[in-house]
Design a protein around this ligand. Structure first.
Ligand SMILES: Cc1cc2nc3c(=O)[nH]c(=O)nc-3n(C[C@H](O)[C@H](O)[C@H](O)COP(=O)(O)O)c2cc1C
Length: 185
């Protein structure tokens, strides 16, 4: 079995704890599962049907669509911005939702995790991300979830990959997600 999971991170900052969570998921992925972090979400223009034209779609959007199409599943990492999903991640979902009915998310297993500073770990944003991904056509794996509170304090000194509780929880999420893929059958 070889399962490829594409990780999208909804924070662009260099020191992002959600990015670090994605790194931890890659490091602690179970045998036979590869988690690959997609770069370049910040280069994708806001979704606009006028520029989503076959043959002249923005390069960064095409790269995202290709990477998603080549993956067996997607793992989305979302912090919470003002109680909801950060624009960068929503924009990626919007691009992946088109062409309507045939976007790269269509039928693709998707799980959502994340960390935020608040006491609920960004659960509103992660719920909204599941909702948007589902409407975009993804097969959302609802039970594969993880919301880690207190991002800025919990990970101030410790990378999530070195936090055994977090590492174990991520391994479980990746396992659940990979089991939802046809590649695992
Ligand atoms: C614009 C903005 C809005 C935020 N809103 C929330 C929020 O609604 N709930 C929350 O728990 N944290 C909120 N935070 C704090 C983030 O959860 C925290 O900074 C988190 O670590 C950001 O993710 P990152 O480390 O991956 O960049 C907000 C941060 C920013 C920059």
């Amino acid at each position: 079995m070889s399962v490829r999971i594409l990780a999208l991170v909804g924070s662009l900052r260099a020191g992002s704890h959600n990015r670090q969570l994605a790194e931890a998921a890659a490091k602690h992925a179970p045998e036979g599962v590869e988690v690959v972090l997609h770069e370049g979400l910040g280069l994708i223009p806001f979704y606009n049907e006028d520029i989503d034209v076959e043959g002249s779609t923005p390069e960064a959007a095409t790269a995202l669509r290709t990477a998603a199409a080549q993956a067996d599943a997607l793992l989305l990492f979302s912090p919470e911005y003002n109680g909801t999903i950060p624009a960068v991640l929503k924009n990626a979902i919007d691009w992946l939702s088109r062409p309507y009915g045939a976007g790269a998310l269509s039928g693709k297993p998707v799980a959502v995790v994340g960390t935020a500073f608040g006491q609920y770990g960004g659960v509103w944003a992660q719920d909204e991300t599941r909702k948007a991904a589902g409407i975009a056509g993804a097969a959302v794996v609802e039970e594969a979830k993880l919301s880690i509170p207190g991002s800025m304090t919990r990970f101030a000194e410790t990378h999530p990959a070195d936090d055994s509780e977090v590492a174990e929880a991520l391994t479980k999420v990746v396992e659940q997600l990979s089991q939802a893929t046809p590649a695992a059958a």
